[in-house]
Ligand binder design. Structure first.
Ligand code: G1P
Length: 326
């Protein structure tokens, strides 16, 4: 048996009200696109969204909202698709469940149930037609207004100990314009990402982005800098998204709109080399769950010991594997 299952990571996360930035930030709103069809995870995503798949014991989307809240963003807009309900319910109160846990005096689980609704002021809007990430972001226009805002994609989980989003907000404060998170990836993986052409900015860990291309072939990639799913965007992006033609895959691509902004010299990149977990497909998702489970103070020691034994068993015969799988 694994012990104390609810000493969860959320307990380590500072709720949105606590880390008040020294000066009021220009950026208060985060947009979380969550309207994808989740086809890579069927049949699990037949009746729920891929963002609701559990990563250890929390849905992936909760990690993302916790990250936004920890960076001081207290207004989160979810762009949802056909599985709006599960996401809405998760970030709302669950009165019956809360009553039952209160009656039992189970305060630890009660907190775990209440945490998602306390993280931020959460809003929901439906994308309607799934016309691409750029279109999803455009759906946020009315809610965001004429202010800079953050966009966080659920396929990329950033370790709660990292401060990537706060660094990006600082860079926006200093340079204005838009900021993307960049990570160096092996050349054979660049076709999976938006890719940035960059120049030094004169500041460590910050680059000027001179161009962006969505999922280029290895030969066409201007660099090994992949855009990972964190953006701080100037509201000027909305005007561009309105007219940008469908790009790769026939979809309205956020990268194409950012390319226009980059051509105008208003995009910077924060280079990230910290802990990022990719939940984009089944194998990545499994790796993420294992990595985060190993890291959990409540589960990690026992789970890691089992995992080592299991991995050693994989080297052996089928009979040994059966023993460890029990
Ligand atoms: C999206 C973006 C891409 C970015 C990636 C990061 O692609 O279009 O530019 O590099 O997220 O995860 P997706 O993975 O949704 O196809």
């Amino acid at each position: 048996m694994l012990s104390s299952p609810y000493t969860s990571m959320s307990r380590m996360i500072v709720p949105h009200a606590t880390p008040t930035p020294a000066a009021p930030r220009a950026v208060r709103k985060a947009v979380v696109p969550a309207a994808g069809l989740g086809t890579r995870f069927l049949p699990a995503t037949k009746a729920t969204s891929k963002e609701m798949l559990p990563v250890v014991d929390k849905p992936a989307i909760q990690y993302v909202v916790e990250e936004a809240a920890a960076a001081g963003l207290d207004d989160v807009l979810m762009i949802t698709g056909r599985h709006k309900r599960a996401i809405e319910d998760h970030f709302d109160h669950a009165f019956e469940l809360e009553q039952a846990l209160t009656a039992k005096g189970d305060t630890v689980r009660l907190d775990a149930v209440r945490d998602p609704a306390r993280l931020a002021d959460i809003h929901h809007i439906r994308q309607g037609d799934p016309l691409g990430l750029g279109h999803a972001v455009l759906c946020a226009r009315h809610h965001v207004g004429d202010q800079p805002f953050a966009v966080l994609l659920g396929d990329d989980l950033i370790d709660p100990r990292e401060t990537l989003l706060s660094r990006m907000l600082e860079v926006r404060d200093r340079y204005q314009g838009s900021v993307v998170a960049l990570m160096e990836v092996p050349p054979e993986q660049i076709h999976l990402y938006g890719c940035a052409a960059v120049e030094p900015s004169g500041e460590d860990g910050v680059v000027r982005v001179t161009g962006l291309v969505e999922k280029p072939s290895r030969a066409d990639a201007p660099s090994r800098y992949a855009v990972i799913g964190r953006y701080v965007l100037d509201p000027a992006v909305f005007g561009i998204l309105e007219h940008v033609p469908p790009g790769r895959g026939g979809e309205i691509q956020l990268t194409d709109a950012l390319q226009e902004l980059a051509a105008g010299g208003t995009v910077h990149g924060v280079v990230f080399d910290g802990l990022r977990y990719d939940t984009g497909d089944k194998a990545d998702y499994l790796r993420t769950v294992v990595q985060l489970a190993c890291d959990r103070p409540d589960l990690g020691p026992e789970f890691t010991a089992w995992l080592k034994e299991f991995a050693a068993g994989l080297e052996g015969t089928g009979a040994e594997r059966g023993r460890f799988a029990a």
